[in-house]
Design a protein around this ligand. Structure first.
Ligand SMILES: Cc1cc2nc3c(=O)[nH]c(=O)nc-3n(C[C@H](O)[C@H](O)[C@H](O)COP(=O)(O)O)c2cc1C
Length: 394
């Protein structure tokens, strides 16, 4: 029995039919207030309490990737905390890392509402938010202040070791501002990267959101190459750079992207963003508004995306022969879903829609389930599971 999944969510979703964007704001507002709790001692106590409730630790799940230490492979997917509102709290809820953004060089309001819909019968969401965010300069300022607060907290600490939530990696997902013409996309990404480079542990070039006109066309090799070249040229701190791709690409295009990623020394690929597909959905009337999912624009996420995103992970692994780290995302609700993506080749995974339906208890359940599966296989570390489905298939 999970208080959120079995108690609060059904009331909010079915009984109250609460507006999904309103709920998201309430959640982030609450987390934002906890994030800013004054006084280092209280701030530490709050984080310890949250970690005690939601966290889960196992040495079997530790990884060092791109020189960064991940206490576990489950991350917060981009789009949930676009402006870094709760940047230091995500690891306290059990996440091994969090990806902020998508952030653009210019602040933008995003598309008109309604732009976020729940498809409860499908355990899915459709969104056409359109990169609503406060802009790269504001995110840089937020992260600078968060770093100072973290410093003050850790100075107040009289413990020998850092608490387990204290040094989780933070990724920053970069997008193109809507007003910037596609032809100037490289410069737009570079402007954001310049301001944010010191504040992120890894960076993601998002060319796969369906909600900025033309953005997905930047996945074409001749469009993406100059963006990657410009960003690597700017990458004086040697930050790991990844690209996030759409599930709707043809397999041959994905193979080409893998080769491009290797050519530009990318650290990995994030697979995948939301899909434009609508096949097999049961929902006929979405919340809010009762709109028909077949007729509404936007990206579909959650359970209906799971198989395709795992297939994309498999394809990338095969094309790169396991030599390019993959971050798997799309429809993870259970440890079994996570295991499928890891054994298909994902070194790290992320969740968004699962968190909406399952609440924060999801993270611990997934982590515990992963450790159980490792034991069942007689394996001591998750590195043995990554891509293992390909070895079995041979
Ligand atoms: C409301 C919403 C907003 C999102 N915003 C972004 C975004 O700004 N940037 C991005 O790269 N992905 C964004 N995504 C996509 C997620 O990061 C993820 O790739 C996708 O939802 C699949 O994972 P899921 O099935 O666990 O939700 C968003 C998804 C949702 C549901």
């Amino acid at each position: 029995m999970d208080l959120y999944r079995d108690g609060i969510a059904p009331i909010l979703f079915s009984g109250l039919k609460a507006d999904p964007e309103w709920l998201h704001h309430q959640t982030l507002n609450l987390l934002g207030q906890i994030e800013l709790v004054p006084g280092p001692a209280l701030a530490l106590a709050v984080r310890d309490r949250l970690y005690h409730t939601f966290g889960f630790a196992s040495p079997a799940l530790h990884q060092t990737l791109w020189g960064l230490r991940f206490a576990n492979p489950v991350g917060l997917a981009a789009g949930f905390d676009k402006d870094g509102t709760a940047v230091t709290l995500w690891p306290c809820l059990g996440f091994g890392y969090a990806e902020l953004g998508t952030v653009t060089s210019q602040a933008q309001l995003g598309n008109p509402r309604p732009r976020l819909f729940r498809l409860r019968a499908d355990r899915a969401v459709i969104n056409r938010m359109g990169f609503n965010n406060r802009g790269a300069a504001t995110l840089a300022a937020v992260l600078q202040v968060a770093a100072q607060r973290r410093q003050a907290m850790l100075q107040a600490l009289d413990r020998e070791h850092l608490p387990p939530w204290a040094d989780a990696p933070v990724g920053i997902n970069l997008g193109k501002s809507k007003l910037t013409p596609l032809a100037d996309a490289a410069m737009d990404y570079v402007i954001s990267f310049r301001q944010l480079q010191p504040w992120g542990d890894y960076f993601v070039v998002n060319v796969s959101s369906p909600n900025t006109p033309g953005l997905r066309s930047l996945q074409a090799i001749d469009q993406l190459a100059p963006i990657l070249a410009a960003l690597q040229n700017e990458n004086s701190l040697g930050k790991p750079l990844l690209v996030k791709i759409a599930p709707d690409l043809a397999d041959d295009d994905i193979r080409e992207l893998v080769r491009l990623a290797q050519q530009y020394h990318l650290a990995g690929i994030i697979a995948t963003n939301t899909t434009l597909q609508r096949s097999g959905l049961q929902t006929q009337a979405m919340v809010p508004g009762g709109y028909d999912p077949q007729a509404e624009a936007g990206g579909l996420s959650g359970a209906p995306l799971a198989n395709r995103s795992t297939a994309v992970i498999r394809l990338i692994w095969q094309e790169a022969e396991g030599r390019l780290p993959i971050v798997g995302v799309g429809g993870i609700f259970t440890a079994e879903d996570a295991w499928e993506k890891i054994t298909a080749g994902a070194s790290l995974i992320q969740v968004y829609t699962g968190l909406v339906y399952e609440g924060p208890g999801l993270i611990r359940r997934v982590l515990q389930g992963l450790v159980d599966r490792l034991h069942q296989q007689g394996w001591s570390h998750m590195s043995q599971a990554i891509g293992s489905a390909h070895r079995e298939a041979v």
